[in-house]
Design a protein. Structure first.
Lengths: 446, 214
């Protein structure tokens, strides 16, 4: 018994020492030892090998078809606008045939709609040896199965405990560190220390997810007094961005562990946390954000204008609120590589704990972050147009599709005002034509 | 769906009945399951989940068309409460594009079927005639979003169009003759010479079989 106890303690201390030396210390200094690079190279080689085996096992033809199916669509839509289509059919002002356009559009929508596709995880072209992405793939060979079993063992028995340890250390040090720093009087030392603490904890947390992040165009990094906007895929977007710089976060005050973290960090660094009741009051929210931005010494705010998690294949409507604050906008595009792990949080399917578990048992989180050049609202441009401009820039850089839809459709129905748009447009066409013809009330035409 | 024997037999039957290929049927089946929430039948409420459809001014007529028993090729009249996958495919088959290898007779039948579908959409009380009131209903639905348009204007547009229809179908009318409504034969007459086949179809991409497992 004694021997077991001693052996266990020894093993644990060796483990912790390794973790401290190889992971934590480099995080503080901000240096990478290259261990994760090595891991990634091995991983990539294994997955390439697996893909080749699958392609050999499945007929070549089918593999090509799999690639086609990954692109989203089973019907070919004709992209003419309502105006062109109806004009081509017209003999007179209103026609029975006008109904064709709407009929066909309705049917196309029933067969396939663009929006609900975005709220489920992206389908992969080839399997990455995770059961969860096994949609199309069947048993291929014994060797592949063995590799998969080894993969499961590695992920659950080796990586998961390591990641949990790191995550716990990271969160604890964040709370403790920021509380300590918060006790200091305001000044430049406090700011510097708070930056150090935030950066270190972010780095630990990124390593806890085996994250490999490539930052591009670092010269466009958000400056103080600006607003940083990015597309939203999962809660870890925040960690990805704070790994490279310090931001003032904006959000709702939560209870539980999240609340503890929020209260601790706000002492060290002026994050903007709103109470639930305050969130409803748009003017109050605006006022506080405007004040924050006006102070050029404060860190840039981080906002996700989509308002909800999208599955990283497209960018949905940017809510105009963030763009009415004023100041310079620094857009950032984040694109995850789905081959190594799916970061998207489908909150209707998974709760927070199972989401974190999935995240920690994926191979890795690989993503690219592009800092785009700053944008300001131009003369004569209203908030909605500005928001769309920023959205296009982000979608273009990240290689994502641009959709005009509201991310809120995940949970709510379409707003009444939008429903009427088509009818308004159509009736403008008819009445516009009709006013030159037979709109005099009551009298017969022609 | 897998590849069990009875499944593929069913698919073959459906393919023959509706004219879709088996790959298209599998895809539509996946969509059916998505809409119905994995249940075997769809009800009207299930169509509320499609945001794209909400924008369509005649969405209620389109949804209605799915449950219309005349479109489902059933002898009885009225509305069904729920439809299964075969009914879903039957309705979808009205929007199949023309195939290259159709002869004159088949083309004519095809066109008639599509026009009948459209006729049923207008004729909401199922009496076989599109009356002035029903016509007005459709026009009002299409134009209802415009707040500046008064009801009177919508009515006069409908009245004008109805007059034109009458003149095509019946020619000059006596002063005291009442035009009851557009029957299906009159409806066909109105569309003579106009190519509707290309306007009323949904083009499916050609997809090979994709094995699925859940």
């Amino acid at each position: 018994m004694e021997a077991w106890g001693a052996a266990a303690t020894a093993a644990l201390s060796v483990w912790l020492a390794l973790v401290l030396g190889l992971i934590l210390l480099p995080s503080v200094i901000g240096v990478s030892l290259g261990i994760s690079e090595l891991y990634m190279t091995v991983l990539v080689k294994t997955l390439e090998w697996a893909t080749r085996r699958i392609e050999k096992g499945v007929k070549k033809q089918q593999a090509r078809m799999l690639k086609d199916s990954a692109s989203n669509g089973i019907i070919q839509r004709v992209d003419t606008t309502m105006e062109k289509e109806i004009a081509s059919l017209h003999r007179a002002d209103f026609e029975l045939s006008d109904i064709f356009y709407f009929c066909r559009k309705g049917f196309e929508a029933i067969v396939e709609d663009e929006v609900t596709q975005r709220f489920s995880s992206e389908e992969l072209v080839s399997w990455n040896l995770l059961t969860r992405t096994n949609v199309n793939f069947q048993y291929i060979s014994l060797r592949l199965t063995i590799v998969w079993v080894i993969g499961v063992l590695v992920r659950y028995c080796l990586l998961l405990p390591l990641r949990l340890t790191l995550a716990t250390i990271g969160i604890h040090s964040m709370i403790v560190g920021t509380t300590l720093v918060g006790c200091l009087p305001n000044g430049s030392i406090k700011d510097w220390l708070s930056e150090l603490v935030h950066l270190t904890c972010s780095r630990i947390l990124v390593r806890a997810l085996s994250g490999t992040i490539h930052y591009h165009n670092k010269e466009n990094k958000p400056q103080k007094g600006g607003i940083c906007v990015a597309n939203h895929t999962s809660p870890i977007d925040v960690i990805i961005l704070t790994n490279d710089g310090c931001y003032a976060m904006v959000g709702q005050a939560h209870g539980g562990l999240m609340g503890v973290i929020q209260r601790a960090t706000v002492k060290a660094c002026p994050h903007v946390w709103f109470e639930r009741s305050e969130v409803k009051d748009r003017h109050l929210v605006m006022k506080r954000l405007k004040e924050h931005v006006a102070d050029k010494n404060k860190l840039p705010i981080l906002i996700f204008p989509e308002g909800t998690c999208i599955n990283n294949t497209s960018v949905m409507m940017f809510k105009k609120g963030s763009f009415e604050i004023g100041g310079t906008i620094y857009p950032v595009a984040i694109k995850y590589d789905p081959q190594f792990g799916d970061a998207f949080w489908n909150s209707s399917k998974y709760n927070a704990v199972s989401y974190l578990l999935r995240l920690m048992t994926s191979w890795a989180i690989v993503c690219n972050v592009w800092y785009l050049p700053p944008m300001v609202r131009e003369e004569g441009e209203d908030a909605v147009q500005f928001a769309n401009r920023v959205k296009s820039a982000i979608a273009l850089q990240g290689g994502l599709t641009e959709l005009p839809w509201d991310g809120g459709l995940k949970r709510a129905k379409v707003k009444e005002t939008f429903k009427e748009e088509q009818q308004k447009n159509y009736s403008k066409m008819i009445v516009g034509n009709g006013s030159s013809g037979n709109l005099s009330s009551g009298t017969e035409p022609d | 769906m897998g590849s069990s024997h009875s499944m593929s037999e069913e698919i073959q039957e459906l393919a023959e009945k509706t004219g879709f290929t088996s790959e298209q049927i599998e895809h539509l089946h996946r969509r059916f399951k998505q809409l119905s929430g994995d249940q075997p039948t769809i009800r009207k409420e299930h169509f509320d989940n499609i945001p794209d459809l909400e924008f369509n001014p005649i969405r209620s007529k389109i949804v209605h068309a799915f449950f219309d028993k005349r479109n489902l090729r059933q002898e009885s009249d009225g509305l069904a409460d729920e439809i299964n996958f075969e009914d879903f495919l039957t309705i979808m088959s009205y929007f199949r594009p023309i195939e290259m290898n159709m002869n004159e007779e088949q083309l004519d039948h095809f066109r008639k079927e599509k026009l009948k579908f459209l006729f049923h959409m207008y004729d909401s009380d199922h009496d076989g005639k599109i009356t002035l009131q029903e016509y007005r209903n459709v026009v009002e639905e299409l134009l209802s979003g415009n707040p500046h348009l008064e009801k009177e204007s919508a009515r006069s547009i409908a009245d004008g169009a109805m007059m034109e229809a009458a003149s095509i179908c019946v020619g000059q009318m006596e002063p005291d003759q009442v035009y009851e409504g557009i029957t299906f034969e009159d409806f066909l007459k109105m569309w003579q010479g106009i190519d509707i086949e290309t306007k009323m179809h949904v083009r499916f991409l050609n997809m090979e079989t994709i094995a699925q497992c859940h």
